[in-house]
Design a protein around this ligand. Structure first.
Ligand code: FEH
Ligand code: ZN
Ligand code: ZN
Length: 354
């Protein structure tokens, strides 16, 4: 089968012919209907080096996946060939306290796994291929009726990650509150939709690209702004001088983090989601008093079930641009050039074939 491979750190992905995997006991072979192109993959290709993450190439890319159950390994029950499913991306050990609590993103014993803290597309073979081998049926969530894998795939990361990030702040996002989304890309546009669907907050979105600001408006933002020196002052003015209750930084650069710290109000939440590599100095007087600064990593199965339910009710909808597997390299080139609005999704298969 064809697969888009990351063969070395700091090297472009290449399309190769590889053996189609066969599921062993407890495993499930999924025919891939959609694999989202995440901005994090660009960091894997062009920036990260050996030792930066607890796993290494070579592996097949694609950690945002959905498709159809194709072949069940011995002992797998509860799933049927042809059933459309979303793939929960973080594959923990499954037996520690965190994994038993469905927090596999924060597995206590990653050394028991083949890609500590990773999963398909992050250290293990992912979904940018005709088939994806999933190590345990617990990592599969049946799709709601009417939701096709090509549209469900972005929900497993580009929606799930913001959903997990927003959830921690739900108590601060009641009527009269303000949330700011910095960066309206694949995750940011769905982060706006998550805020709109699950909170009463007014939403301010920030992005340098006019097309992204238009997408932010379509996604439910109340006010869209371009970044610049006056950004924090503009947000403070828009909030009557008090600042934003929650700021979600989907970029994560030095600049965006400093801007976030300048616009968040006392007792607010500043959540770092983007892998921009930025850092933020923290002192007694900055960020404002009792601001909670937190990173966040992906999301887990129970949250994906909630995200898929929101999507099935029309409350979340990923704007996707679909590419064939043969066009996957081009999709990443367009992503790197800032030419993708919403999410680029690679569709190795357009329908289920037994
Ligand atoms: C990928 C690689 C490393 C850290 C975080 C990520 C996210 O894109 C996972 O969704
Ligand atoms: Zn990702
Ligand atoms: Zn574990």
């Amino acid at each position: 089968m064809k697969a888009l491979r990351l063969e070395h750190w700091q090297s472009p992905a290449v399309l190769r012919d590889v053996d189609r995997p066969e599921p062993g006991p407890g495993e499930v072979l999924v025919q891939v209907g959609g694999a989202g192109a995440c901005h994090s993959d660009l960091h894997l290709m062009h920036e990260f080096g050996e030792g930066q993450l607890p796993w290494s190439p070579p592996f097949t890319l694609g950690h945002e996946n959905a498709g159809w159950v194709h072949t069940l390994g011995d002992g797998v029950t509860g799933l049927e060939p042809g059933q459309p499913v979303a793939v929960v991306g973080a594959w923990g050990c499954g037996t520690c306290e965190r994994c038993r609590a469905d927090l596999e993103t924060y597995c206590d014993h990653p050394e028991r796994t083949r890609a500590p803290g990773g999963g398909g597309g992050l250290g293990l073979d992912g979904g940018m291929a005709e088939f994806l081998l999933v190590p345990d049926a617990r990592h599969l969530v049946p799709l709601p009726d009417g939701l096709e894998p090509v549209h469900a795939a972005p929900l497993t990361d580009a929606a799930l990650t913001p959903y997990h990030a927003v959830r921690r702040s739900w108590g601060k996002l009641g009527p009269g509150a303000t949330a700011v989304v910095i960066g309206v890309g694949g995750l940011g546009h769905l982060g706006i939709q998550v805020l709109h669907a699950t909170t009463a907050a007014r939403i301010i979105a920030v992005d340098p690209r006019e097309s992204a600001r238009d997408l932010a408006k379509r996604s439910g933002a109340d006010l869209v702004l371009a970044p610049g020196d006056a950004l924090a002052a503009t947000v403070r003015e828009a909030t009557g001088g008090i600042g934003a209750d929650v700021v979600l930084d989907f970029v994560g650069s030095d600049e965006t983090l400093l801007s976030a710290a300048a616009m968040v109000r006392q007792l607010g939440d500043l959540t770092l989601v983007g892998l921009g590599g930025g850092t933020l100095p923290v002192s007694f007087f900055s960020p404002p008093y009792e601001v909670s600064v937190q990173s966040t990593y992906w999301g887990n199965r129970h949250e994906l079930v909630e995200v898929l339910d929101l999507a099935s009710r029309g409350l979340l909808h990923a704007e996707v641009r679909v590419f064939g597997l043969e066009e996957a390299v081009t999709a990443y080139e367009l992503l790197a050039a800032g030419a993708i609005d919403g999410r680029a999704v690679i569709a190795p298969n357009t329908e289920y074939r037994p």
